[in-house]
Design a binder for this molecule. Structure first.
Ligand SMILES: O=C(O)c1ccccc1NCC(=O)[C@H](O)[C@H](O)COP(=O)(O)O
Length: 227
């Protein structure tokens, strides 16, 4: 199970996540209480183990702007968290000659009922047909808030959508995950990976060591049949 610990704001938290077994650490460049700058992240990334992915979360729709932050901050992957037409992913792929990881966020609107399932299914089909993005992160949208909400979407409604709509994509589940529910999310949705921000914090932008340890242990121990 691939595990991303997101919304890091300081070196101690990012190093702790890596030491406890996270596969990736995330930094939020989108508007957020946990927002960081490329300059901040450039002070952190050189001190992380090279096998840990360093992922920037962007809502920008401008590839050149994102690329400048990637270079300055020493990132290995981007999470496209804004509207994200495939043209943006293609442009980034070209700019980095395929040597950048690209994760596309697809939002599940928790207020939209059955329309959410339909919208996510359409989005997954389009992404799969575009053949430029390999990994998709499904996150909750709550009102206008698109990340770090601490709210989970309807896993029962999502199960069939995620397993059929985009079966060649690597699915990452986010939104309201915590140490006590991550195993249930994995058993219900059988994702390729999981992602968490607020569920392992003691306050915005500050990780809680015990929550982090338990989250990673529980995610690693959960059975997933994803291949
Ligand atoms: O974490 C944020 O504050 C944030 C704000 C705005 C856009 C994205 C943001 N985070 C991106 C992530 O990938 C989070 O891990 C994801 O939204 C899950 O957050 P949470 O529900 O708090 O675990």
């Amino acid at each position: 199970m691939w595990i991303k610990i997101c919304a890091n704001t300081n070196l101690d938290d990012a190093q702790m996540a890596a030491e406890l077994g996270a596969d990736a650490v995330g930094f939020v460049f989108a508007p957020s209480r946990r927002r960081v700058t490329a300059k901040d992240v450039a002070q952190i990334t050189p001190h992380l183990p090279t096998n840990v992915e360093r992922i920037g979360v962007f809502d920008s729709l401008y590839a050149e702007e994102i690329a400048a932050s990637v270079r300055e901050a020493g990132l290995t992957a981007v999470q496209l968290h804004g509207g994200g037409e495939l043209v943006l992913a293609r442009r980034l792929n070209d700019l980095f000659e395929g040597k950048i990881g690209i994760i596309q966020t697809v939002h599940w609107s928790v207020d939209a009922g059955e329309e959410s399932a339909k919208a996510v299914r359409q989005r997954l089909n389009a992404i799969q047909a575009g053949a430029v993005i390999e990994r998709v992160l499904i996150d909750s949208k709550v009102g206008q808030a698109t990340g770090g909400t601490g709210v989970s979407f309807d896993w029962a409604a999502a199960r069939e959508v995620l397993q059929s709509g985009g079966s060649r994509l690597k699915m990452i589940v986010a939104g309201g995950l915590r140490p006590d529910n991550v195993a249930k999310a994995i058993s219900e949705l059988n994702p390729w990976g999981v992602d968490v921000a607020s569920g392992v914090e003691k306050g915005p932008g500050r990780k809680d060591p015990e929550k982090l340890r338990t989250f990673i242990q529980n995610a690693q121990a959960a059975k997933s049949t994803h291949v």
